[in-house]
Design a protein around this ligand. Structure first.
Ligand SMILES: C[S@@+](CC[C@H](N)C(=O)[O-])C[C@H]1O[C@@H](n2cnc3c(N)ncnc32)[C@H](O)[C@@H]1O
Length: 296
């Protein structure tokens, strides 16, 4: 086994972690900060309101609950909470990453600007944004209570993509090549010798067979996560950290590709879920390593 799962608050864990000891962070945090608090999870588990809501079944299919980020977006106080959470987190990420280490961090178009400002203020370099093409079922609704009157309007666009911010801890060496030699970090792994890593990735919903293994509400698909973890280790060596590891999709992807990884999850139920799921998710699609490097 090349991975470790830890049931802890990642802020505490990162505070105690050695400096310059993680090669890359690939993570999907609680975007709006509060949707994964004990209070909101309790409401979700009891199906008693709160930030989680069932998206409209416009095609007649039952949907799983999603957090409502538009609630957060409206209030300056909530925006400050998001900023403060991510600047504190960014400073810890800065500490544990090796110089040149990358962060891939999932977000939402409603909040990614705040996360970006916070991570830059924490000292990290913004290196771009990955567009994961996927229908998120967020947005696209008509004005509440006036759906017929304004039947040809939509309040915000229906989400068809998910932004993943790309950040890097500044290099300690004068050139990328020297940094790669010293820290095995500073660049991204290419898709193939002829094709660099690209920032637009066609993706889909997480397949049912993966959801059956790990029933986390934000489980990411293995095909997408395997592309990210591979890109995050330029020399295919080092340690991947997912400090918000949820149902374990990042750690399973790292394990499938034979990389060392560490996952931290504060919720006991999700931690247990990841413990059970990682060995099974990582064994799915045994050909994917070959495909990742041969497709180009
Ligand atoms: C968006 S989910 C991640 C889902 C994951 N990518 C997957 O595929 O299952 C965020 C996770 O972070 C956890 N979390 C929230 N705050 C945390 C903290 N301070 N430390 C560790 N885990 C935390 C939540 O319990 C939740 O499971």
């Amino acid at each position: 086994m090349t991975y470790k799962l830890i049931n802890d608050n990642c802020f505490d864990w990162m505070k105690n972690r050695e400096e310059n000891s993680i090669t890359a962070i690939v993570t999907d945090p609680p975007y709006g900060v509060k949707e994964y608090t004990e209070e909101e999870l309790k409401k979700k588990r009891n199906a008693s309101g709160g930030i989680w809501r069932i998206p409209p079944a416009f095609d007649g299919r039952k949907r799983s609950p999603l957090p409502r980020f538009s609630v957060i977006n409206d209030s300056p106080l909530e925006r400050d909470n998001v900023y403060n959470f991510f600047i504190d987190w960014g400073r810890l990420a800065f500490k544990v990453l090796v110089p040149g280490g990358h962060i891939f961090i999932a977000s939402t178009p409603l909040l990614s600007d705040i996360v970006s400002r916070a991570l830059r203020d924490a000292g990290l370099e913004r290196r771009g944004e990955i567009v994961r093409v996927v229908k998120t079922f967020r947005g696209g609704d008509r004005p509440k209570g006036a759906e017929k009157e304004f039947s040809m309007t939509t309040v915000i666009p229906r989400g068809c993509w998910e932004p993943w911010g790309l950040y890097r801890k500044p290099l300690s060496e004068r050139t990328v090549a020297k940094n790669l030699k010293r820290w095995k970090a500073g660049a991204l792994h290419r898709k193939s010798i002829d094709t660099p890593f690209c920032d637009l990735i066609e993706s889909g919903k997480t397949p049912q067979c993966e959801r059956k293994i790990s029933n986390h509400p934000s489980l990411k698909p293995q095909d997408f996560m395997r592309i990210l973890v591979s890109a995050a280790l330029p020399l295919q060596e080092g340690i991947i950290l997912d400090p918000f590891c949820g149902g374990g999709s990042t750690i399973a992807a790292a394990e499938a590709l034979g990389f060392n990884s560490i996952g931290v999850e504060q919720d006991k139920d999700f931690y247990q879920m990841a413990k059970n799921a990682v060995p099974k998710l990582s064994q799915l699609y045994p050909q994917s390593e070959k495909l990742l490097f041969e497709e180009g």
